[in-house]
Write a protein that binds this ligand. Structure first.
Ligand code: HEM
Length: 361
């Protein structure tokens, strides 16, 4: 009996203390005292709970939802008690310049549990791995690589152009070819030939059934949008981003999706305008430089795309090879709108074009 009295006498104050501490830790601190309290919140609940951003991810609306928050509240917004989104190049430079760890989420890209250049989390581990391979992806190395030139010759002249030729025949005229699948095959053939040699790599361009098998597996995977593009974790003590002091351990993200939809740099950003980057569209050098600065398709800094020069080289060769020989027409672009996720693709997963041979004079 005496024990019970003492127990009850103690339990109530202990409960009150626990409740007060929880209130301080989970409500008052994040909302009022955390350095992040100064950052505009994307939603009223973001100071106390991540539920708002998790729901946007779960419903595949993350990029759009964050874009709307940036339009309302500016280039730096708080998404959750411990998470911030940035949408201007100055802040992006601060975060991405190098030395930061990536978020654990990237380990989903490990190969059979082994981290690679893309998925490695820790800055130190990553920079050792990247240094080992980066020279063979530099612009000068690629442009003077005889093996790459020979591989490109085979891929373009014996695979790409003959395939387009068969689809441009009279009987095929109305159907054309699904270039979403076709160009995925071109990209895979280029990079696997460069990595393993032509003899040791597949021809996804010609082996359509084999390609469909692998594309099927690739598309069956989760779109990863629920986990979002979670980028470097600020592991230093305090970093000044814009006017805000961001403490260590906060998750910070940016997205090309939203940087490329910033109307200050790209007016009418939602409109597909193939003349946007052309000089004869009234664009001067200064404007061009500004657009280039804002372009973030390959990310930037220490975790920038390793294959950006390779991809640009390949795309230029491909476009030149195709459009010196053919002109193209849209057959079916239903569902061409991009999906909202970490990686994006046409909602329909396809784009049908018809190629027509340019008559030589
Ligand atoms: C148009 C084609 C491509 C685009 C738009 C692209 C875009 C990107 C982006 C945005 C990142 C940063 C991802 C992040 O931090 O979450 C990245 C990283 C990376 N990309 Fe690409 N990429 C392309 C082609 C390639 C190719 C052909 C390769 C093959 C070598 C490649 C290899 C890598 C690697 C290894 C990383 C990780 C780099 C690091 O963490 O240091 N990419 N890419």
């Amino acid at each position: 009996m005496a024990f019970e009295v003492i127990y009850h006498g103690l339990a109530f104050p202990a409960f009150l203390l626990l409740a007060a501490l929880s209130l301080l830790r989970f409500v008052l601190y994040p909302v009022l005292f955390s350095p992040l309290a100064q950052v505009p919140k994307a939603h009223w609940s973001c100071g106390v709970s991540p539920i708002w951003i998790l729901w946007a991810r779960y419903t595949n609306k993350e990029n759009r939802t964050i874009g709307e928050a940036h339009r309302r509240y500016g280039p730096i917004v708080r998404l959750a008690p411990n998470e911030v989104s940035i949408n201007d190049m100055e802040s992006v430079k601060t975060v991405y310049q190098g030395g930061f760890d990536k978020h654990q989420w990237y380990s989903v890209f490990n190969n059979y549990g082994v981290p690679n250049v893309f998925s490695s989390i820790y800055a130190k581990h990553h920079s050792i791995r990247k240094r080992m391979v980066s020279h063979v992806y530099s612009k000068s190395y690629l442009h003077s690589s005889a093996p790459l030139a020979a591989q490109a010759d085979v891929i373009l002249n014996t695979r790409v152009l003959p395939t387009l030729e068969t689809t441009s025949h009279e009987g095929q005229a109305h159907q054309g070819i699904d270039v979403h699948s076709f160009f995925a095959a071109v990209a895979m053939d280029f990079i696997s030939a460069y990595s393993f040699g032509l003899q040791n790599s597949p021809s996804f361009i010609q082996q359509k059934a084999y390609r469909d098998h692998w594309l099927g597996l690739y598309r069956a995977r989760k779109g990863y949008s629920f986990f979002s593009q979670e980028l470097p974790l600020l592991s230093r003590l305090l970093t000044l981003i814009g006017p805000y002091e961001i403490p260590g351990g906060v998750r910070i993200s940016a997205s090309a999706y939203n940087l490329h939809r910033d109307e200050r740099h790209f007016p009418h950003a939602e409109i597909w305008d193939h003349t946007r980057w052309l000089h004869d569209n009234g664009m001067d050098d200064e404007r061009q430089k500004e657009m280039n600065r804002q372009f973030w398709g390959f990310s930037s800094g220490g975790r920038m795309c390793l294959g950006s020069n390779f991809a640009m080289h390949e795309m230029k060769l491909l476009v030149a090879a195709i459009y010196t020989n053919y002109t193209s027409h849209i057959v079916d672009d239903e569902g061409i709108e991009p999906t909202d996720g970490y990686t994006s693709h046409p909602t329909s997963g396809q784009l049908w074009l018809r190629f027509e041979r340019i008559m030589s004079l």
